[in-house]
Ligand binder design. Structure first.
Ligand code: HEM
Length: 369
């Protein structure tokens, strides 16, 4: 039988993500509702949409392998280890600056600032661009969601035209004078067309801060609502990296992904015909009691928290996972060490996107009133 299947089973999600008989879902896949496909065909102007090829997120091998190879090293263990000091410096500075704002919105004033600063530095973009990058990120995030209202989609596409123009000019400069940064890696060697370069630059930029912002926000909300767990972290700072894994497991920002069977596949007692769509609930998998005992318990000491699927798995598994983990542990530790009495100043405001579990705003008080 063809059609759409959904699973929240951890082993099955992991298996499908790692199974080369399944490929990525293109935006015009026939199993997607007609209006979505129509919208895509009406607006695919070759803009660097992160949810469309040639963004590596939605490209199968062999092109995917080519794109990922060009930038993989910059996000590998060696490269990320060298960033520890810089991430700490930026986080400490942001935490200090918060002191002039006793009732901050932690999303705007803290969570967005660290990831955008770091990814801009990795990509080699000037810091004068931060507010523009945040604006592009805000309008671009919905493009990873299917079934958007037309007005949201059109707004995102308008901003993408700016992204296209900016990177096109920027890459002209880099081609003439390459630097020691990730975007220069994309232009050297004549391996990628300009369209491939721009699409993957836009993906690295958006993926590089959007989800990390939300991991930090979700972490702040979880820790302030579980003071016993926060106390464990502040008493034993070596727990912060595991606390970040547990935050990602318990409330990871990306709820779902999907794959298409490239051929007929028999799996988990199901016959999946070529072309069928399988939706994989990453949030459901991370809540699977067969892998995570008592999954509704938020436990920063959980032994296997790091086995979560919040970063996906397999060949499309998150390229920036190491960076996100580093930013999470450093930023949350810096924030709660400097403001041990930090509390929420009213309920956090949820992000309207369905596939991104996140907050748009977290009003807070830095010290007890
Ligand atoms: C907490 C933060 C993050 C989360 C939860 C997250 C989540 C994910 C997930 C679930 C995927 C796989 C999607 C799929 O298979 O359909 C993915 C892919 C990706 N992520 Fe992240 N991500 C995060 C941070 C980052 C950062 C900091 C970067 C920096 C560059 C990044 C870059 C990417 C890229 C380039 C891909 C596509 C990889 C490929 O297709 O080969 N991500 N991410």
């Amino acid at each position: 039988m063809s059609g759409v299947r959904v699973t929240a089973d951890y082993e099955l999600c992991r298996l499908i993500l790692r199974d080369r008989r399944f490929g990525i879902v293109t935006p015009n896949h026939p199993a997607l509702p007609k209006p979505i496909r129509w919208m895509m065909t009406k607006t695919d102007l070759g803009l660097p949409n992160l949810g469309e090829p040639p963004s590596m997120l939605v490209t199968d091998p062999p092109d995917h392998t080519r794109y990922r190879r060009m930038v993989g090293q910059a996000f590998g263990p060696k490269a990320i280890a060298t960033l520890d000091e810089r991430v700490t410096e930026v986080a400490d500075d942001l935490v200090e600056r918060l002191s002039s704002k006793p009732r901050p919105d932690l999303i705007q004033d803290f969570c967005t600032q660290l990831p955008v600063t770091i990814i801009a530095e990795i990509l080699g973009l000037p810091d004068t661009m931060h507010s523009t990058l945040l604006k592009w990120g805000d309008s671009g995030a919905p493009l990873l969601e299917r079934g958007l209202p037309w007005s949201t989609y059109r707004h995102a596409i308008e901003d993408l035209a700016e992204v296209q123009l900016y990177f096109d000019r920027y890459f002209d400069g880099l081609t003439a004078d390459p630097q020691d940064d990730v975007l220069s890696m994309l232009v050297t060697g004549d391996e990628l067309t300009r369209r491939e370069q721009v699409a993957n630059a836009a993906l690295l930029l958006d993926a590089g801060f959007l989800t990390t912002v939300n991991m930090l926000g979700n972490g702040i909300v979880l820790l302030t609502s579980h003071p016993d767990q926060l106390e464990l972290c502040t008493a034993q700072p070596e727990l912060w990296p595991n606390a970040v894994e547990e935050i990602l497991r318990y409330d990871g920002p990306v709820r779902m992904t999907g794959r298409v069977a490239n051929c007929d596949v028999d799996i988990a007692d199901q016959h999946i015909t070529a072309g069928s769509l399988v939706l994989l609930s990453l949030a459901g998998a991370n809540d699977d009691p067969a892998v995570f005992p008592d999954p509704q318990q938020f436990d920063v000491t959980r032994d296997n928290a790091g086995e979560h699927l919040a970063f996906g798995s397999g060949i499309h598994g998150c390229l920036g996972a190491r960076l996100a983990r580093l930013e999470g542990a450093v930023a949350l530790r810096a924030l709660f060490e400097r403001y041990p009495d930090l509390s929420l100043d009213g309920p956090p405001i949820p992000h309207p996107l369905r596939n991104l579990h996140a907050y748009r705003s977290i009003p807070a008080m830095l010290s007890a009133a």
